[in-house]
Design a protein around this ligand. Structure first.
Ligand SMILES: Nc1nc2c(c(=O)[nH]1)N[C@H]1C(S)=C(S)[C@@H](COP(=O)(O)O)O[C@H]1N2
Ligand SMILES: [Mo]
Length: 200
């Protein structure tokens, strides 16, 4: 069996672990808009589209066969709870970009597409951080349906609404496309350490 590379997110090494305006919780609240989708493996696929050299579509089994990483990170939700020391297991976004033959130079934003048309947007620089992954597991167990099973994006260094649940595609784009929460008042970037909570 292959050894899984372990990555520590930057927050793990901070002396002060709780960002301004946040409160530590040991529970893991469930937050999202709309119903929890049902996973049907036969009709499920995952796509990398837009400004990459070789866009691709893979099945759930093909996704499971990709090399994995483990990421230790903290969760900071804009609704003020922070949950420390999470262990995620899944596929690094760098693995996917490599599989797609690399990014085109014009790719400046990433749009995460989820079930029911939910999207969230990220500047390419935030997306390319070493600790960003497509998570299959949390603390050693498959994600539960509430928390995004079978696949969620995890972007440890931004507020948790950027960590899109029930992920189905990543789109690389030259232009920004504000997502669901961003169009509904949340900040376009969402850095918890500078409290980028709302658009003004
Ligand atoms: N597909 C999808 N992903 C989503 C959301 C959503 O509405 N739909 N909400 C986001 C928000 S606002 C938060 S705070 C986190 C919550 O994740 P959790 O329920 O696992 O704690 O999921 C994010 N991912
Ligand atoms: Mo949220």
């Amino acid at each position: 069996m292959k050894t899984i590379r372990r990555i520590k997110s930057e927050d793990i090494g901070r002396e002060q672990r709780i960002p301004p305006g946040q409160i530590k919780t040991n529970k893991w609240p469930v937050l999202h808009y709309g119903p929890v989708p049902e996973f049907l493996e036969e009709s499920w696929d995952f796509k990398v589209i837009g400004l990459v050299n070789q866009p691709f579509t893979i099945s759930y089994q093909e996704l499971l066969a990709l090399d994995r990483v483990e990421v230790e990170s903290d969760i900071h939700c804009v609704t003020t709870w922070s949950k420390l020391d999470n262990l995620w297991e899944g596929v690094s976004v760098h693995e996917l970009i490599q599989k797609a033959g690399g990014l085109k130079a014009e790719a400046k934003f990433v749009i995460a597409h989820c079930e029911y048309g939910f999207t969230t947007n990220l500047p390419i620089k935030d997306f390319l951080q070493e600790d960003v992954l497509l998570a299959l597991k949390h603390n050693g167990e498959n994600l539960t349906p509430d928390h995004g099973y079978p696949l969620r994006l995890v972007v440890p260094q931004l507020y948790f609404w950027k960590s899109a649940k029930w992920l189905r595609a990543l789109e690389f784009s030259a232009t920004d496309k504000p997502g669901f929460w961003e169009r509904n008042g949340y900040h376009n970037r969402g850095n918890p350490w500078t409290e980028e909570r709302m658009w003004v």
